[in-house]
Unconditional design. Sequence first.
Length: 77
Amino acid sequence: MKSRVTERGQVTIPKRLRQRLGIRPGEVLDFTEGPDGSVVARKAAAGDPVDAAYGVLDLPEGTDALIADLRGEPDSL
């Protein structure tokens, strides 16, 4: 399969390859260069890892109680 680079640097990924890899319009690809000058494109991570972790902790007493517990009692001078 071949594709031509346009003057604007755009490349059309052949339809058979897009279908086989499940690449859809709007999908973000991550490009890396191999040591031999090859170019590898991978699907970028679907979302922000921080967003994925949001709400994981079950804090029955809330965030303020957790922070107070982590800090402990203030040191006396």
